[in-house]
Design a protein around this ligand. Structure first.
Ligand code: IPM
Ligand code: MG
Length: 400
């Protein structure tokens, strides 16, 4: 027996989702232009500690950024601001993924550097509120999740442009249990949403002298939404005659990231949200672990930079939080510097992270008292980033 009442209720819910999403499309069409950081004074950088190991790695990263930016802080070009309250305790108490007053504070900053925030899941003792990350990405319209992965000695230099607001994430908490037996989620891909992320990927390729863009979908099976993403890639590519592009399917892409003969061919990769979530964890693991990768969440008005790992509650419970490795947040800090126009400082910091964490390894982080702690590692980075020998030490490692 077909349950017509259940079908009607589901249709109603679907109708609401369609309304919301069509409104969102209209907002994207009229969105503001890119922020021009060169014209801003001060550029306000918000520091958000987050949960678990977040405050520890955030403090180490802030010390490094403050050193690198000290002249700009002195001249009034840059201002740091600390944002309190994006903690699981406060979020649970207010039953909001980002409490209103915290969100208002975040919006007073042009860019933020965010430590990991705990994402509640059913049964972990916290109310099952939406992920603070997902909320912030939607709220600030941070549509481009940029995740670079590099292994210079193996010739790997990938930049992932993961769409960050659509796909299964757009209405991830508004699926429908039509009956006890039938659950439906909604996958949302829009033309302007796809166009702006694909355009950002091609523009990045052009700006950085890359020659190819790889568009990853499953358009052979998911014909309507992934088909649209691919069609739009074809259209955008016409504006970039100097850059070649190719469509790849997510399954074979996942395999080919492990193929040493093929993987050095990939340069800039652009893909819908969920494929990007999964593929970037794989890529970070190839680089040396998810703890080694930084991540930028970029919109036209705001941008947020974060580690791609979580808050490591186990480390805190076992009293090991002071041994947390700040590398991933430091990398995010380097991306932040690049984004706001201090490319020379961003590049210095990236090199110092490589030299300290991957090449010289004068201090080893083991996550426990057998290795260095976060502050000691922070000092090592501080010493390296400010040292004229940085270029030489970097060249000894990479051969360039
Ligand atoms: C990431 C994370 C998030 C995501 C989680 C914490 C919601 O895995 O940034 O990749 O799925 O996007
Ligand atoms: Mg992820």
């Amino acid at each position: 027996m077909v349950d017509t009442k259940a079908i009607e209720a589901a249709k109603e819910q679907f109708g609401k989702v369609l309304e919301q999403q069509l409104e969102r499309v209209e907002r994207i069409k009229i969105e503001a232009d890119w922020t021009d950081y060169s014209a801003l004074k001060p550029i306000v950088i918000g520091m958000i500690g987050g949960d678990g190991i977040g405050p520890t790695i955030s403090a180490a990263t802030q010390r490094v950024l403050e050193l690198l930016l000290k002249d700009h802080v002195a001249s009034g070009k840059v201002q740091f601001k600390t944002i309190e309250g994006l903690t699981i305790e406060n979020r649970a108490a207010k039953l909001q993924s980002i409490p209103d007053d915290v969100l208002a504070e975040i919006k007073t900053c042009h860019v933020t550097l965010k430590g990991p925030t705990h994402t509640p899941e059913k049964g972990d003792g916290w109310p099952n509120i939406e992920s603070a990350n997902v909320r912030m990405r939607k709220e600030l319209d941070l549509f481009a999740n940029v995740r670079p992965v590099q292994i210079p000695k193996e010739g790997i230099d990938w930049t992932f442009y993961r769409e960050n607001t659509e796909d299964l994430y757009a209405v991830g908490s508004q699926g429908v249990n039509v009956t006890d037996d039938l659950a439906i989620d909604f996958r949302v891909i829009t033309s302007p949403g796809s166009e702006r992320i694909i355009e950002a990927a091609f523009a990045h390729a052009k700006r950085t002298g890359k020659t190819s863009v790889t568009v990853v979908t499953k358009a052979n099976v998911v014909k309507t939404t992934d088909g649209k993403f691919l069609d739009i890639a074809a259209k955008v590519s016409e504006r970039y005659p100097g850059i070649s592009w190719e469509g790849w399917y997510i399954d074979i892409m996942t395999a080919k990231l492990l193929d040493p003969k093929r993987r050095t061919d990939f340069q800039v990769l652009v893909l819908p949200n969920l494929y990007g979530d999964i593929l970037t964890d794989e890529a970070a693991e190839i680089q040396g672990g998810v703890g080694t990768a930084g991540s930028a969440n970029i919109g036209k008005v705001y941008a947020m930079f974060e580690a791609i790992h979580g808050s490591a509650p186990r480390m805190v419970k076992e009293g090991r939080d002071r041994y947390a490795d700040p590398s991933s947040l430091l990398r995010a800090g380097a991306m932040l510097l690049d984004h706001i126009g201090f490319n020379d400082l961003g590049s210095k910091l990236s090199k110092a992270i490589e030299v300290c964490g991957m090449f010289e390894q004068r201090l080893k982080m083991t996550g426990r008292d057998t290795g260095a702690d976060c502050d000691e590692f922070g000092d090592y980075i501080l010493e390296t980033v400010a040292n004229p020998s940085l270029e030489e030490r970097w060249a000894a490692y990479t051969g360039v």
